[in-house]
Design a protein. Structure first.
Length: 61
């Protein structure tokens, strides 16, 4: 009984969250801001660690 309530409440919250995420570009930006901040910090750290300057993007051939 309680397991079913927990599972269905989790599914309900997930559906609500995904719908809000899909409907709001501002919410997506707010949620993904820490990821972009971390990636920028890592890029700056890597650039500062190289005495010859920043290297090209490793994903480009």
């Amino acid at each position: 009984m309680i397991e079913g309530v927990i599972v269905w409440a989790s599914v309900g919250f997930t559906v609500i969250f995904v719908a809000a995420w899909a409907a709001s570009p501002a919410l997506r930006a707010w949620i993904e801001r820490p990821k972009h901040h971390f990636l920028e910090s890592a890029r700056q750290y890597d650039a500062a660690a190289r005495p010859e300057g920043p290297s090209p993007d490793p994903r480009t051939p």
